[in-house]
Structures are given as structure tokens and as C-alpha cells.
Design a protein around this ligand. Sequence first.
Ligand SMILES: NC(=O)c1ccc[n+]([C@@H]2O[C@H](COP(=O)([O-])OP(=O)(O)OC[C@H]3O[C@@H](n4cnc5c(N)ncnc54)[C@H](O)[C@@H]3O)[C@@H](O)[C@H]2O)c1
Length: 347
Amino acid sequence: MPAKRIFITGGVGFIGVNAANHFASRGWEVTVFDNFSRRGVDINAAFLKEKWPDAVTIIRGDVCKDQKALEQGAETHDAILHLAGQVAVTTSVKEPMMDCEQNLLGTLHVLEAARSVKNPPIVLFASTNKVYGGLESIPVREEENRYVFADGRKGATEEEPLDFHSPYGCSKGAADQYVRDYARMYGIPTVVFRQSCIYGPHQLGVEDQGWVAWFLIASMLGRPLSIYGNGKQVRDLLYVDDLVRLYENAIEKIDTCNGRIYNIGGGSGNTLSLIEFMEHMEKALGLKPIWTRADVRPGDQPIFVSDNSKAKKELGWEPKMQLKEGLASLHGWLRENMDAIATMYRP
Ligand SMILES: NC(=O)c1ccc[n+]([C@@H]2O[C@H](COP(=O)([O-])OP(=O)(O)OC[C@H]3O[C@@H](n4cnc5c(N)ncnc54)[C@H](O)[C@@H]3O)[C@@H](O)[C@H]2O)c1
């Protein structure tokens, strides 16, 4: 049987490089399509070239500009994993038009490429829990070091009303709806994943995005951190290996998940507040974070925890990596690559 083929937009970014590595190790032929706009991703491209000189092909291209390349990708691959986009809420607030072009129009270009071919590939889309806005209808209680859901629920399900907040929430949320609707309107097999915070090796976090990696990198380099608000914000964290395993699972079970949407995160067993993470860095990882407080950022949810029940029930998926081991793994990767990272993060 010929190898299955996957086309990964944004494929030298953090999730993309992990996905490319995963699929290649499972015998897939992988095409990575990326415009290299994210600072530092050359390190990820070099990793893929060295580890997978034959199984992974890297194309430099832009989802907003290179329609022919996308169409060719759709024609020649079994699946498209669409990860390319503008990823920071703060940038979206400063440049909403650019954010919309990258995230909404970029996604439409990918969907149209899939629609243009006779046998459309499966399209998987990385959406975000930000489509639920601040979850204001869920009561929240403030405890000493963290917020908790006051009604005892474990997490937010897909039944939460959509409430796009911030241009990033709007552009990703609108794209998420288009992806789902292309399954209904045009019969393109699509799946949407509303992802919580993802973390793991190859994450080149910055203050504006990828906060877990950024907190570690800043602390390793002795750089100050800003804590926006009181630091009690809670997030569920999902290790990237668990996510990429789910992507493959969804392709295999496309008859079950076609046209569906899933909340995907570390879940209630893998949560941290910012304050708790600082403590963890000190006690478990021997780091000494330096930090100052700043005003709450617009659209910042006090607590988000994903209820993964639907993915568990329909796809048999749940996170395997425990938070402590996952954080140690990311820390280990950062230490191994510190020389290159220190150069990249020079002020
Ligand atoms: N990391 C998370 O915690 C998280 C959570 C929810 C959703 N997501 C979504 O997952 C996707 C991947 O996130 P990530 O953390 O790997 O981000 P990333 O910035 O590391 O990767 C995105 C990649 O897309 C590329 N890119 C940007 N615009 C492009 C364009 N126009 N054409 C081609 N390539 C382009 C960048 O160069 C980068 O390599 C994004 O769509 C993001 O919104 C991420």
C-alpha cells in the first residue's frame, strides 16, 4: 500500500514540526508548507531536514498568496493539517486587518484549494478555546492562588455559546465556522479542534504567545516576566505529542468525526495558574523567575479548562502526558538548545 500523505500548513511552527515528526515516524509522506514568518522557525526546519531527509519535504509558501501550491497540495495529499496563521491576541489587537487576512482568508484559501479538486483531502483545523470569549456565564471563585469554576464543573464543553472576543478570537472563530460549514455545504471532510494551551519541545514562546515556553525561556535567560492581572488565571495545558496523536486518530476515524468540532486540552487533571507555574519553576526546575505585575489583558479568560469528554467518547482520545513530566520535557529541550535559543532571544 502506498504511504499516506499529509500537507501541513504552518509546518515549521511549534505544533507543525511536532506533527510532521509524528506523521513521518508513522510512515507518512509529509509536505510542510510555511512562509517562515515566525521568528526562529529555521531551527525547526533544520531539525526536520536532518531527521527526515526523505519523508519530509519543506515548501516555502504563503497560504494567502500561493493558491496554486495549495491546490497542488490538495490534489496530491490525503489530508491537510491547517496550522498556519497569526497566533497572538496582542498582535491581532494592533493589526486586526492583517490578523483577519492571515487567519480567516488564509483558511478560506485552504478550504477553496480542497474544494477545487476531484477527491478533496481531509482538512483538520487548529481552532482555539478563545471562540468562547470570557465564559462570563460560568460562575468563577477566587482562591488563594487560582480561580476555580464555582459550580464544580470540570471544564467547558462544545455547548458553550460562541462569544468571539478580540480580533484573534473573531478571525479564528469565523474560520472555525467556515471549516465546519465546508463539510455541510460542499462535502469536504473537515474536523475542527478548539485547542487550549499547547506546550512542548520546539515551542519558541514569546511574551505574546506560547506563555509556558516563554516563562521558561525568560527565566533561563534571566529576563523579566510580566504577569497581567493577579496571576490567578488558570489554563489547562496539553502536551503537543497528545495533540498530534489526536490528529492522526481523527484522520483514521473521519467517518465518525467528519464535520464535527471538539474541545481539546489538558483537561481538569492538567491545570496551572500563572502563580502556580512560577512556584513550580522554582521548586521543581530550579529556576528563579523575575516578574512584575501589569494590567489585565483584553479578552484574557480568568479560567479555561477543556472538557474533553466528546473527543474521548467519539474518538477514544484523552491526554496521556502528565503535566510535571511534560514540563520537564520542555525544559530539557530548551536546555539542550539553549545556545541557539539565547542567540535568537538576544534583546
Ligand atoms: N500553541 C497553542 O497553544 C495553540 C492553541 C490554540 C490554537 N493554536 C493554533 O494552532 C496553530 C499553530 O500554532 P503554533 O503554536 O504552532 O504557532 P506557530 O507560530 O509556532 O506556527 C505557525 C506557523 O505558521 C506559519 N505561518 C504564519 N502565517 C503563514 C502564512 N500566511 N502562510 C504560511 N505559513 C504561515 C509561521 O511561520 C509558523 O511557522 C495556529 O493556527 C494557532 O492559532 C495554537
